[in-house]
Write a protein that binds this ligand. Structure first.
Ligand SMILES: [Zn+2]
Length: 189
């Protein structure tokens, strides 16, 4: 029977040694390699499972964090991939609101971070462009510029803006208002 003499050259999947396989489905050179390979597969399956459990735990954590308005610096680091130094810089510049529970426990406002990062990610381009034009720095005053130009004290400026529903936008530590609308109102006073 020519059939039984068939030998298939193979490389053992465990020890990488060449051997002659008796059937097309043989993957290991001997029983010991087959056993070791089986054990390793079980081990890696277990590791994979542990990884998945961790991931699940982690995603639950993120879901929980997303319901809170204030999050820790460490959480912000994980969620937004932002470094601690960058975060502290943004806090210092007034772009992100924060408060300290204690000297070492800073909490930051999640919606500030959302606003910063969604601006890049979310494709609401049409609205953004329109809003962007309105608030281009050249076509805006800061509140103190309004005070100076119209010789009005800051509280008057604020109340006029409020009463007239003038849109304003905070960028960093400055609040911007559209020149056109401000001029229309103050020129008539
Ligand atoms: Zn082997």
């Amino acid at each position: 029977m020519g059939f039984s003499k068939l030998k298939i050259p193979r490389i053992c999947e465990h020890c990488s040694k060449p051997f002659e396989a008796k059937t097309v489905t043989t993957r290991f050179c001997n029983i010991s390699c087959a056993n070791k390979a089986g054990k390793e597969r079980k081990k890696s399956e277990k590791e994979q499972k542990e990884k998945e459990t961790l991931l699940k735990k982690y995603s639950n954590k993120i879901a929980e964090v997303q319901t809170r308005e204030f999050i820790s610096v460490a959480e912000a680091k994980v969620m937004y991939g932002i470094s601690k130094d960058t975060l502290h810089r943004l806090i210092k510049r007034g772009i992100i609101t924060s408060f300290n529970l204690s000297k070492r426990l800073t909490r930051v406002r999640r919606s500030d971070l959302d606003a910063m990062f969604t601006e890049v990610k979310v494709p609401h381009q049409r609205e953004k462009v329109r809003e962007g034009k309105e608030f281009e720095v050249e076509s805006c005053y800061t509140l103190s510029e309004v005070s100076q130009k119209y010789n009005a004290n800051p509280s008057t400026v604020s109340s006029v803006i409020r009463k007239n529903n003038i849109p304003k936008k905070k960028i960093g530590s400055f609040v911007y208002v559209p020149k056109k609308q401000i001029d229309e109102i103050f020129d008539n006073k």
